[in-house]
Ligand binder design. Structure first.
Ligand SMILES: [Zn+2]
Length: 613
């Protein structure tokens, strides 16, 4: 508990109830008050008052603008040639920009071909600088546009993350996709593959996929095993439908055994492997870990997911839309016990809520590494979780020593080497989340994770969205992720800073101003314009003199910017603290109302509620 500042005692004295530091009430150790960096210089701002009690706090817009694409893909897998030929028809909200971007992820050496990009049957010219295809927007006035892209994708024969190895066809990013843009309609430029990390930038889309492949194939995909109809020559068409997916991934093999397991009434998992014992192990882990994640982080918004084992020495383990992919050699030394829970946590962090992989990869990687410890704690107890956290800590210690000036905010291409990348985005980021859990306690922490899921489902977000959800969880304006992203590795994590909101009742009625009343340095502040207007004042501002004038039938008040002085009916008076400025709004200390204007004011600390009569 913090000592109450002298200045705030003056405020408290005028109230019926004084209140202690909020930390004690919320059982939140070490939550510091919000840094005043949020303050803005301008006193004058035309705010709009909202008095709608059902108003939900406006969520920050996602970092990828939603163009609501839907894909219809008709494709054919030719195993002899290790090729997929096909046509993807993409329909999307036209951003009405000069250029349109498509992404065709793949290996530069792989010689993937685009034979045509068409708009209304007309061939379009385009520039290609992998993985980006740029074309002129053919119809800038159209609100929704459709492009047809004819492609031929070569499938590498080898243990690459996209390829065929030991008879298992891992088809990821096998078709051209619509590009992604920010809210200012600037297209993102995904970086080249650099040997580690995920350089992909996505948006959510709906899918209809027809894949023609040998009838002997069994599939595990982003949306079930497909509806199979036989064609001639031992081939079948596999039809799939999917909603709100980052990509459509398919892993199939004539050697696959696939088991479909119902985890809960709303969640079914297909597990594919060529090895019966491995399949049993994958099933055993999945049936344990998925209910734990659902309990801690909320139900997945998808009914069907897949786990696919790929050939020996295939690149590690990977997350794709509704898919966890794990290579056979991950069974050596029981690495599967860590990495399957890791990839399954990506179903929440990546799949259901996404960040920009090459820029803020710490968000999903850190949170899934932390999720592994949540699972271990639930299933095997505190010691088992602590063991993994100690490994992350050892990495973080090496990181602080070897890369003291590095930061979480590094982009994928800005790390000096693999170690800096791995220790930063995996181990250190996991500790960032676990550090938050320790500050909040489990109850609030998992409420926070659930809120991130429910707020931003099917959206691509950044660290500011995490802070927003944290604030909502605490009933406060909160900062934790944004400041820590810019912290140097050699420094410790910056604790949560929170400025708690207060509820306002005027007379018998709840009052919901657009700018929330709040507590800073144990002083209750209310939004000046909105509160005084609600109390019947006419409020005007004088930009030249930096003053605000509030006038009612009985009183005329003139406030000065950032000042504790004000003039009431011609007589200068003083508030215990100056006006607070927050996001270009002015807030006044509560004492003004009772000491200055004679209102009866009570403050209930338990409920953080101000009543004005
Ligand atoms: Zn991962």
């Amino acid at each position: 508990m913090k000592a109450i500042h002298k200045k705030s005692l003056a405020v408290c004295a005028g109230l019926l109830m004084c209140f202690a530091a909020m930390g004690a009430y919320m059982k939140l150790p070490e939550i510091k008050e919000l840094l005043s960096s949020l303050q803005s210089d301008s006193l004058f701002y035309n705010s709009t008052t909202s008095v709608d009690p059902f108003r939900k706090e406006e969520l920050l817009p996602p970092v990828v603008k939603e163009l609501n694409p839907s894909y219809t893909i008709k494709a054919s897998l030719l195993p002899d040639q290790a090729t997929i030929t096909g046509t993807v028809t993409m329909t999307f909200d036209n951003p009405q920009t000069e250029k349109l971007y498509l992404y065709y992820y793949g290996y530069k050496w792989n010689n993937n071909k685009i034979s045509a990009i068409r708009w209304k049957g007309k061939s379009m010219s385009y520039n290609r600088r992998d993985p980006v295809l740029v074309l002129d927007n053919p119809a800038k006035n159209e609100t929704r546009t459709q492009l047809e892209v004819v492609f031929e994708t070569k499938i590498p024969r080898g243990p690459t993350r996209f390829g065929v190895h030991e008879g298992i066809w891992t088809l990821t990013h096998w078709y051209p996709m619509l590009g992604a843009m920010d809210q200012q309609k600037r297209w993102y430029e995904p970086p080249q593959v650099i040997g580690y990390g995920d350089p992909y930038i996505y948006h959510y889309a709906d899918y209809e996929v027809d894949m023609v492949a040998p009838s002997s194939f069994e599939w595990v995909t982003s949306w079930g095993r497909g509806k199979k109809s036989s064609n001639e020559g031992g081939r079948s068409t596999y039809h799939f439908t999917g909603k709100k997916l980052l990509n459509f991934t398919m892993v199939g093999s004539p050697l696959y055994k696939v088991e479909t397991v119902k985890i809960s009434p709303n969640l079914t998992v297909d597990i594919g492997s060529t090895d019966v014992a491995h399949l049993a192990k994958l099933k055993e882990i999945a049936t344990q870990v998925l209910p734990i994640y659902s309990k801690l982080m909320g139900e997945l918004p998808y009914p069907r997911i897949g786990i696919a084992e790929t050939g020996d020495r295939t690149v590690y383990a990977m997350e794709y839309a509704n898919m966890a992919i794990i290579a056979k050699h991950m069974f050596n030394g029981n690495q599967v016990e860590h990495w399957l829970p890791h990839e399954l946590a990506h179903l929440w962090w990546y799949n259901s809520v996404e960040n920009i992989e090459p820029y803020t990869g710490w968000m999903d990687e850190g949170l899934v590494e932390a999720s592994v410890t949540f699972y271990y704690r639930e299933r095997f107890g505190e010691k088992a979780a602590a063991k993994i956290l100690a490994e992350y800590q050892a990495d973080a210690n090496k990181l602080a020593k070897a890369y003291p000036y590095g930061k979480l905010s590094n982009h994928l291409t800005q790390f000096k080497d693999y170690y800096e990348f791995d220790w930063t985005w995996y181990s250190n980021a996991a500790l960032l989340f676990d550090n938050l859990r320790k500050q909040l306690g489990d109850q609030l922490f998992f409420d926070f994770l659930k809120r991130v899921q429910s707020n931003y489902q099917h959206k691509v977000i950044g660290p500011e969205h995490l802070d927003q959800a944290l604030g909502q969880t605490l009933g406060a304006e909160a900062q934790y992720f944004v400041p820590n992203v810019h912290k140097q590795n050699q420094k410790s994590f910056i604790p949560i800073a929170a400025e708690y909101y207060v509820d306002i009742i005027i007379g018998q009625t709840h009052f919901y101003p657009a700018t929330r009343g709040r507590i800073r340095n144990q002083v209750v502040y209310l939004p000046l314009r909105e509160t005084l207007e609600q109390l019947g004042f006419k409020v005007t501002s004088d930009q030249a003199n930096r003053t605000i004038r509030a006038e009612s039938k009985r009183n005329v008040i003139v406030f000065h910017e950032k000042s504790d002085r004000y003039v009431l009916n011609g007589i200068e008076r003083k508030m215990p603290v100056p006006l607070l400025e927050w996001h270009a709004r002015s807030l006044f200390p509560l004492a003004l109302l009772n000491e200055g204007l004679g209102y009866r004011v009570t403050y209930q600390k338990e409920k953080r509620t101000v009543t004005i009569q």
